[in-house]
Design a protein around this ligand. Structure first.
Ligand SMILES: Cc1cc2nc3c(=O)[nH]c(=O)nc-3n(C[C@H](O)[C@H](O)[C@H](O)COP(=O)(O)OP(=O)(O)OC[C@H]3O[C@@H](n4cnc5c(N)ncnc54)[C@H](O)[C@@H]3O)c2cc1C
Length: 465
């Protein structure tokens, strides 16, 4: 039970069984599965700000089970199973939909991608991958309906331009191949977090708003929290580090050096009054690298400026675009996670003023009608961003953090929304000392000692969003 004292109308709790630092989707999901699967509710959730207000508020909210490694496929499949369970039981409060991920290229030779699909899907790959090589393919189900329950599974590979043009009329005419991952779509991450917190409201869980300034370990953990009413200390038998981009700082308070770093990523969203993007277009990723479509004089100016020259040169692929707000909505979202430079995380987002123009011109290569917005993006355009907190191999870190009783659920990179349920479930099982799923070892710090696995992961991490 939570032991607390009341002072000046401020509830001060002095001890608890488990303290979770971070009330983003990862911390919330961990508390949710501790309560749901292990009946552990003597939990204090600590955050310097409101729940779901930092990285989790910046998420593109997309999900998919496409990964070049079977462990990540199993992990995200489990997370999607759990999301479906929540969608089912809540009358789809989380707005889950499923039009898949459409990976698009101008290449006809896609051997490398097919190899990655086989690596991820293992023995079931031959059953799950379907090729469509003619203009009319009755076996292919176009993504007309957003309903997740009736959507097919597996992967459709479209290799005929007539079929591609008919299904995806907004795409550029030079597209040769579409790899359509079917178990993918988007959810409302905010609704997911709110639903989990609402469920926890019926328990004794406590939320504290304040910044964790220090942690000492002696007979449990003593956490110093700076809040609006000054400094308070709570004692916890166990702690869980779910501090997102600041997980490294929290670990350092216990002299643990986590192998994680942060990169800043941006997106824009705007009202698509020109109807450039069909409402039934799946989340679409242009796999091909490109030179951005600058006007000749702009390109010449960029080339003259040492700090901006890179923008006039070859850019990587993986620019992405999708309609936002459902079939009746009008907004679109564009993103391009090209920034690989590690940086110290800041609370204020270091937005780059050039980004909206960069991502718009990049995205117009796949959806040429976006050119209507060159030089005239709507004033209401929303430009935002957040930190991908990640490991070199781009897998999360979930499990014991080192000191007895200290756990972590972090390094969720660009997949923390889709993976939140499986991450929360896994971390809760570690903390409760319950039976662990097969992938638990691979997501713990112990994987760092497995040289062969680490080498495979570093190679497969490249090129994945
Ligand atoms: C631009 C962008 C697009 C993305 N798109 C997708 C997507 O399409 N699909 C997907 O699955 N994922 C996506 N992600 C990734 C996903 O958003 C993150 O992985 C996820 O939100 C991480 O959640 P978190 O709870 O770990 O971190 P956060 O949401 O950052 O939560 C951590 C919390 O810890 C708190 N905290 C930190 N330090 C302290 C301290 N000292 N004291 C008190 N509180 C502290 C912070 O205030 C914060 O609220 C995207 C991320 C970005 C940046």
């Amino acid at each position: 039970m939570v032991d607390f004292v009341l002072m000046d109308n401020v509830v001060k709790y002095s001890s608890c069984q488990i303290a979770i630092i971070g009330t983003g989707i990862v911390g919330i999901a961990t508390a949710y599965y501790l309560a749901k699967h292990h009946k552990v509710t003597d939990i204090v959730l600590i955050d310097r700000s409101q729940p779901m207000s930092f990285t989790s508020a910046q998420s593109g909210e997309n999900y998919r089970n496409w990964w070049p490694h079977p462990t990540m496929v199993a992990f995200t499949n489990r997370s999607i199973d759990l999301l479906e369970d929540i969608a089912n039981k809540s009358d789809n409060l989380i707005n889950m939909n499923r039009r898949g991920y459409s990976l698009v290229t101008r290449n006809t030779n896609i051997d490398e991608i097919v190899k990655q699909l086989h690596l991820g899907l293992g023995d079931s790959a031959d059953d799950l991958i379907r090729y469509h090589t003619s203009g009319a393919s009755p076996q292919y189900h176009p993504p007309v309906d957003p309903d997740w329950e009736s959507a097919p599974s597996g992967v459709d590979i479209l290799k005929h331009q007539d079929l591609i043009r008919r299904t995806f009329p907004s795409y550029a005419q030079d597209i040769q191949t579409v790899i359509h991952i079917r178990r993918g779509g988007d959810i409302s991450g905010q609704q997911l977090g709110a639903h989990m917190l609402e469920t926890l409201r019926e328990t004794e869980l406590i939320r504290i708003t304040g910044s964790v300034e220090g942690i000492e370990q002696s007979n449990g953990f003593h956490i110093s929290i700076k809040g609006a009413d000054g400094l308070q200390r709570i004692q916890a038998e166990k702690i869980i580090n779910a501090a997102g981009p600041f997980a490294g700082n929290i670990a350092k308070m216990l002299d643990v050096d986590l192998p994680i770093y942060n990169t800043f990523q941006q997106k824009i969203a705007f009202e698509d009054h020109a109807k450039a993007i069909p409402r039934d277009m799946p989340f679409s990723i242009d796999l091909d690298g490109q030179n951005i479509d600058w006007a000749d004089d702009d390109r010449a100016l960029l080339l003259k400026e040492p700090k901006l020259r890179w923008l006039a040169k070859a850019m990587p692929g993986s620019i992405h675009c999708r309609p936002d707000g459902g079939d009746k909505g009008k907004w679109v979202k564009l993103g391009w996670a090209y920034n690989e430079a590690p940086a110290t995380a800041t609370w204020e987002p270091p937005l780059d003023d050039y980004f909206p123009d960069i991502v718009l011109r990049g995205a117009a290569r796949l959806n040429p009608k976006l050119k209507d917005y060159y030089g005239q993006l709507p004033r209401t355009m929303h430009h935002y961003g957040g930190w991908y907190s990640m490991t070199d191999e781009n897998w999360p870190l979930i499990g014991p953090m080192g000191p007895e009783g200290a756990f972590m659920n972090c390094a969720q990179s660009g997949f923390g929304t889709m993976a939140a349920c499986a991450s929360g479930e896994l971390c809760a099982a570690w903390v409760a000392g319950a039976q662990l799923p097969s992938y638990s070892h691979a997501f713990s710090l112990a994987r760092k000692d497995d040289a062969a696995l680490m080498q495979t992961l570093r190679e497969s991490a490249r090129g994945v969003l």
